[in-house]
Design a protein around this ligand. Sequence first.
Ligand code: SAH
Ligand code: SF4
Length: 363
Amino acid sequence: MQKPLQSKTETAVPSPNLYDYTYPELTQLLANWGYSSYHVDKLWQALYQSQVQSLSEINVRDDLRQKLESAVKIGVLGTETAVASNDGLTHKFLLKLADGETIETVLMGFTGRDGIPRATACISTQVGCAMGCVFCATGQMGFTRHLSPGEIVAQALYVNQILQQSGDRLRNIVLMGMGEPLHNYDATMAAIDILTDHKGLALAPRHITLSTVGVVPGILRLADEETRPVRLAVSLHGATDAERQALVPPARRWPLAELMAACRTYIAKRGRRIFFEWTLIEGKNDTSEQAHALGALLQGMDAHVNLIPLNPTLGYNGLPTRTDSVQAFQAILATYNLPSTMRQRRGIDIAAGCGQLKSIVIT
Ligand code: SAH
Ligand code: SF4
């Protein structure tokens, strides 16, 4: 469902941002001013194909440009800081929003098995996060505000422009930066619509991964989203309520039985597998008992487990599970026919790894 246009004035951004408009919303805006879909297409192409940085660069009729200048702006993001990892492939950007708040976006480059370079942008959906997971730097900083659709989209454009300088383009997005995307559901869905619009950036929905801490009502809504076939990742970290609640406070609100029922509904309705994420903390949730409990919990589901050895954050005392113990954990999961992958640790030296994002750059 599209949001009514009036809501533009209610977003946290001071003046309406063109990137906030989905294609149907932009059509409505221009129709209100008496312009046809021809003008909408020209404007959309300027924004998402030519990727203009200001209204003055757009090749539209002067009267339309004047209308646009009086009503909207193009909300490009300012670079506060950019740091590159020693791995030469990971870059972290601290980006400034119109109201002075800052967010982090990470660009991860890697070469696929076929030798073709593939880039992934790790994008934020909120300034901070309200969920308070104990081992996560974003959770440790608390919640400031939701991002608007345009602020989510602008991060993808930012990374795309960097990639274009080397003849590449953005193909993959993980909504795994700062924030909980299903806590900012409508803005996240609008951003997905804008990013995947075939007349614009035309990203494949299957190349967008939405990661949630397990917001059950959001998963159930997503199960009914027929037009947004993104990949779903659910962060689990514990296979019993007590163990999960110790790490992930929202697990008290949505116990495992409810979460698993929502995941089963999603798989049944969408016919798609779920990726379950498990941050491995030495001596905490990496024992063979926990591997068996996880195996039993997910057995028979169309599931894939992503194991992420803990990345260090200032607010949590814990160590990452060693690689041999990760492999032992994986071997137990395999006995339940559960495929798993150990997530490559990337950008740890610049605090750009999973759960390390907060609006302070460690250099
Ligand atoms: N809020 C969403 C998406 C952002 S967090 C979610 O929680 O899923 C992205 C992933 O990083 C999640 O799986 C999260 O559990 C994981 N993560 C958080 N802190 C981490 C840390 N310190 N080390 C490793 N992974 C972490
Ligand atoms: Fe928020 Fe995800 Fe971090 Fe938990 S892990 S605090 S949900 S960003």
